[in-house]
Design a protein around this ligand. Structure first.
Ligand code: SAM
Length: 222
């Protein structure tokens, strides 16, 4: 009887110890965030405090095709880009236009906007190679909703219908803002200059002081 009682006490002690181990250690490990993984509370804070910096996630309106370097050069010379300029490339691909604008034309600010995270990664890698990290900015945003109101020069290589969709926003920029487009025009907003480079067309416009009546419609015609 005495031995039986002692065995009961021993069994009860061992079981309680195991339960305590199961109850604490493994569960805590399973619910801890892995390295680099945000805990739910961090995610919640990020969502609450930084809604405007969330990158845009949707299919690009046009696929990536790079502008050849000699065309990039002509786009920047036709717009007389220089040290007082703030340049935005809307749909910036691998970042070659903002990078050239800083490296060769010494603009005071160069920004590339692209909706595709892969392009933003490539552009940042190219900026690093060029020693321009922190000087050129690449933002993963939708060019139709992004803020480029401080631009003095806008560069584009999109599609005719995208140029037309963007046109009302471009015409709201301060008079004198220069716009250059590789390959595609702006419908009935006739270019101030048109040049050919290696079989490609470069169009150049300046935002006018008075917007002509035919350009004031919100849905432009081609
Ligand atoms: C034809 S590439 C031009 C790349 C670069 N500007 C150049 O000339 O070499 C067009 C770029 O626009 C980007 N894009 C498409 N739709 C966009 C949108 N709604 N907002 C921002 N970028 C967009 C694509 O991801 C692509 O990189």
């Amino acid at each position: 009887m005495k031995l039986q009682a002692m065995l009961k006490v021993l069994f009860a002690t061992v079981s309680l110890g195991s339960l305590m181990l199961v109850g604490c250690t493994p569960t805590q490990q399973a619910s801890s965030p892995q390295q680099g993984e945000a805990s739910p509370s961090t995610v919640e804070v990020q969502q609450r405090t930084t809604p405007t910096t969330q990158p845009t996630q949707r299919t690009p309106d046009v696929v990536y095709v790079p502008t050849p370097p000699e065309v990039v050069d002509r786009m920047l010379t036709i717009a007389k880009v220089g040290k007082n300029d703030v340049l935005y490339d809307l749909g910036s691909g691998d970042g070659r236009i903002p990078i050239a604008a800083l490296q060769k034309y010494k603009v005071k600010k160069a920004v590339g906007i692209d909706i595709d995270p892969q392009r933003i990664q490539e552009a940042n890698a190219n900026a690093e190679k060029a020693g321009l990290t922190g000087k050129v900015q690449f933002l993963q945003q939708d060019l139709f909703t992004s803020d480029f109101s401080d631009a003095t020069v806008i560069t584009l290589y999109l599609l005719p219908e995208l140029n037309l969709k963007l046109r009302p926003k471009l015409l709201k920029l301060p008079p004198g803002t220069r716009i250059v487009s590789h390959a595609f025009d702006m419908g009935d907003w006739k270019a101030d200059k048109v040049e050919q480079v290696d079989g490609r067309t470069v169009y150049f416009w300046t935002v006018p002081k008075q917007i002509p009546a035919n350009l004031q419609k919100s849905t432009p015609s081609s």
